[in-house]
Design a protein around this ligand. Structure first.
Ligand code: NAP
Length: 496
């Protein structure tokens, strides 16, 4: 693989350090950790490795800045977000290159992530000036009720490696809009994009102390001191359900406000009345965006008997024709998986399913050479009890299971502890409405393969999470509602 001069330049201009109280600095013990390129396993950069002491410094800074930041005008916070949006858009190629280098996705997908991630900055610039309240007369007429919203306070934001820009802006932008200060802990596998984002937001005029960023290779040790510190008021986490459960338990000690964007196991239903060609196109998007390394990735294809052969043949043909390679090459359609552990897990799930009777229609194998590539894979006749259908695959593998009635399809779709997103292809309006009511997921795509949209509330039910990011709901996660009861102004006791 050849990394272009531009790619080298992007890496060279980064500040690979901690950002605390408006300053770049080294870790207190000067330790560093390596960030790798998953396309060839090479070291991209060494980054300062925050310690628990650095984590405390970051929270000190966020806590000290909170009161003044909460008093800034919504218009000022909005203007900073608009400037940051413009700067991310202007530097879109740098961001896209960095995402591809550290995370692996093809450049075209990285560009799409930059457009999506930047949009949260613009969306919340618009929401910052719409924080409302109300004034009402109590039913008995004796008091007036004044309801207003205040920033929750210092927030810890923990993000995953699979969307290094968008998962950060989806939290940072509403926190800025609401008037919260924050400590961001990016994923150790992909901290570089968040460091570039930090310089961009800081240059957009964010005051010192509002955003503090602490890359670290010791996530648990560094964040546990912050989560248990009484100055922290909010934890927003995106990552696996397993880690989310642990963080929820830790948050209970201080009754922290929490937002949890966790794992998924999305069903993709194709009914007998579906446009099969459209379903194949939607399936490619829902399955292969991010090489399948997305919480929204279609994990189980549930297909009506009458269209299952046609859908399987067409999907297998298209997936077999995809170009697998380093994301930095413009011809690449499927990049590497994030690391060897992830690739081994994907292959193990495929081998288990084959032992239980699944039939390989394409793929099913590791690609030799440097980098963690896996062949796009379609498996037919998958045993409904197989592990492949229970766990997040997080790879380019499409398992197909047949059904014969709508009731069977819905039961199978709901047979999981997850409930993030579901997809359905059908042209029957009544069936669509039934699915909206019976499929247990926070989001559903009807005849579309991607649902993520900054203007919509993203989030799950069941063990896929708590709270919503994006949409009108996203800013509420960083606000708390307060109310004042005021005596009747017409009574003598009501004189202020
Ligand atoms: P992960 O292992 O749970 O890690 C997520 C983040 O938590 C990382 O920053 C990680 O740091 C940190 N972390 C790990 N252990 C921790 C601990 N004990 N205490 C505090 N922080 C800890 O998840 P991932 O592998 O990065 O991401 C993939 C998962 O995220 C999948 O399950 C996917 O479905 C989910 N996801 C959900 C959404 C959504 O919106 N619902 C979006 C994207 C991804 P290190 O990097 O240092 O380990």
């Amino acid at each position: 693989m050849t990394i272009t001069a531009t790619a080298d330049a992007v890496v060279d201009t980064l500040e690979p350090r901690l950002f605390i109280d408006g300053r770049w600095r080294d870790a207190e013990n000067n330790k560093l950790f390596h960030v790798h390129n998953p396309a060839d396993g090479s070291v991209l950069m060494q980054v300062a490795d925050a310690t628990p002491g650095d984590g405390r410094d970051a929270l000190d800074s966020a806590a000290a800045a909170q009161n003044e930041w909460a008093r800034t005008s919504p218009r000022m916070r909005s203007a900073i977000l608009y400037s940051a949006f413009d700067a991310v858009v202007a530097r879109a190629e740098e961001f896209a290159t960095l995402i591809t280098l550290e995370m692996g996705k093809p450049l075209a997908e990285s560009r799409a992530e930059v457009a999506y991630g930047a949009e949260f900055l613009r969306w919340f610039a618009e929401e910052a000036v719409r924080i409302g309240g109300r004034y009402a007369t109590a039913p008995d007429g004796r008091t007036r009720l004044l309801v207003h919203k205040r920033p929750v306070g210092p927030s810890l934001l923990i993000t995953p490696w699979n969307f290094p820009l968008a998962m950060a802006t989806r939290k940072i932008a509403p926190a800025i809009a609401a008037g919260c200060t924050m400590v961001l802990k990016p994923a150790a596998l992909t901290p570089l994009t968040s460091l570039l984002l930090t310089s961009v937001i800081s240059e957009a005029g964010l005051p010192a102390g509002v955003l503090n960023v602490i890359p670290t290779s010791s996530a648990g040790a560094v964040t546990s001191g912050i989560v248990t510190d009484p100055r922290l008021r909010k934890l927003s986490f995106t990552g696996s359900t397993e880690v989310g459960r642990r963080l929820l338990a830790d948050s209970a000690a201080q009754v922290l406000r929490t937002s949890m964007e966790l794992g998924g196991n999305a069903p993709f239903l194709i009914f007998e009345d579906a446009d099969v060609d459209a379903a194949v196109e939607g399936a490619l998007l829902a399955k292969l965006r991010n090489m399948g390394e997305a919480c929204t990735a279609a994990n189980r294809f549930l297909v009506h008997d009458s269209v299952a052969d046609e859908f399987t043949d067409k999907l297998a043909r298209k997936m077999a024709a995809l170009n697998v390679g380093p994301g930095i090459d413009s011809a690449t359609q499927i990049g590497p998986l994030i690391d060897e552990d992830s690739r081994s897990k994907v292959h193990e799930l495929v081998e288990d399913a084959i032992r239980e009777g699944a039939v390989i229609r394409t793929g099913g194998a590791i690609v030799d050479g440097p980098g963690y590539f896996y062949k796009p894979t379609v498996l037919a006749d998958v045993d409904p009890a197989s592990r492949l259908l229970r766990e997040e695959i997080f790879g380019p593998v499409a398992p197909i299971v047949r059904f014969s009635t709508e009731a069977q399809a819905v039961t199978a779709a709901n047979d999981t502890e997850y409930g993030l997103v579901a997809y359905a292809y059908t042209r029957d309006a009544a069936r669509t409405l039934r699915l909206l009511e019976t499929v247990e997921s926070g989001m559903i795509g009807i005849n579309v393969g991607v649902v993520s949209n900054p203007a919509a509330p993203f989030g799950g039910v069941k063990q896929s999470g708590l709270g919503r990011e994006g949409g009108a709901e996203g800013i509420d996660e960083y606000l708390e509602t307060r109310y004042a009861g005021i005596a009747d102004p017409y009574e003598p006791s009501g004189r202020l």
